[in-house]
Design a protein around this ligand. Structure first.
Ligand SMILES: [Zn+2]
Ligand SMILES: [Zn+2]
Ligand SMILES: [Zn+2]
Length: 291
């Protein structure tokens, strides 16, 4: 079944036709989490001959997350959404960017050990879990994790994949939402975002603020993406007029100190992702407001 995909702003578009060898899986490695800002990233891969760029393949920014990385990651320079990854004759697409139902379902979770999967996210479905995927596929590098230094005891720390941008959150989050809206799916290129909501003044950029890019969705009241221009990692959004901030929890290097409260906009959830965490689900925005 031919399936199309695109980034949040629409500059990058592609189509693919998954064959019988294709599969889908959820990746919980620390690099996917940081690059997308989400708890995990779901990939669908196809043979390179079953993939076609429709627009923008040449404008994607490509980079290696670590010098040892065997593959390049990519993101849209306009909206920051992660894009397809080409490696070893395959193209890995972030399923959050697919426009419709690919007719396939993820069959396992990889990199699920505590060194990867964060404290604030539990896997609650019955799919197979593979702790350390590289043990089965020696060509993949070990995923390095970043340990922040000089963090005041009361702060929460975060950074981008390439390390250019470092930030602290200096006040507790007021709410944490798993957001399944279609903008979050495309923007994070994932099944859903996990957004920590707080006051605008809580965000303190320590390093690299000059390297941030910003994309505001046309006609949206709030939605924007703030990302590192070098690696595309999603960084805290500050909404000064509303005195609010929205932090993609995947960017954090320390515990957010507040577990997710609920699932919101579940009426729009990805057809290939089943919500099994037992948290309260709201079809639309949270009835009591975001904060
Ligand atoms: Zn884009
Ligand atoms: Zn970066
Ligand atoms: Zn959302």
């Amino acid at each position: 079944m031919v399936t199309t995909g695109s980034c949040l702003c629409g500059d990058i578009r592609w189509e693919c036709d998954p064959g019988p060898e294709s599969d889908m899986h959820h990746c919980h490695c620390s690099i996917c989490r940081k690059a997308h800002g989400s708890a995990f990233v779901t990939f669908l891969w196809v043979d390179v001959s079953d993939f076609r760029w429709l627009a923008g393949g040449h404008v994607l920014v490509r980079y290696r997350a670590t010098p040892a990385s065997v593959y390049e990651r990519s993101f849209c320079p306009r909206c920051g959404a992660a894009g397809p990854i080409e490696t070893a004759g395959r193209v890995y697409m972030p399923a959050g960017c697919l426009d419709g139902d690919p007719g396939m379902r993820p069959d396992r979770h990889i990199f699920t050990g505590p060194q990867h999967n964060p404290s604030w996210f539990s896997i609650t479905d019955g799919l197979e879990q593979v702790d350390d995927f590289h043990l089965r596929s020696p060509s993949l590098p070990i995923v390095e994790s970043h340990t922040p230094t000089d963090v005041p005891a009361e702060d929460i720390a975060g950074s981008c994949v390439c390390g250019t941008v470092v930030f602290h959150i200096t006040e507790a989050f007021l709410k944490v939402h798993h957001c399944h809206c279609q903008r979050c799916q495309k923007g994070r290129a994932a099944a859903h975002a996990t957004n920590g909501i707080g006051r605008a003044r809580a965000v303190k950029f320590i390093e690299g603020e000059h390297n941030l890019s910003e994309y505001k969705v046309p006609h949206a009241e709030f939605f924007k993406q703030v990302f590192c221009s070098t690696c595309g990692s999603l960084m805290p959004e500050v909404y000064a007029e509303q005195d609010g901030c929205c932090v993609s929890l995947g960017a954090l290097d320390t515990d957010p100190r507040r577990p997710p409260d609920d699932n919101i906009f579940v009426a729009y959830h990805a057809p290939w992702y089943e919500i099994t965490d037992g948290l309260t689900c709201y079809d639309e925005a949270p009835p009591g407001g975001y904060a």
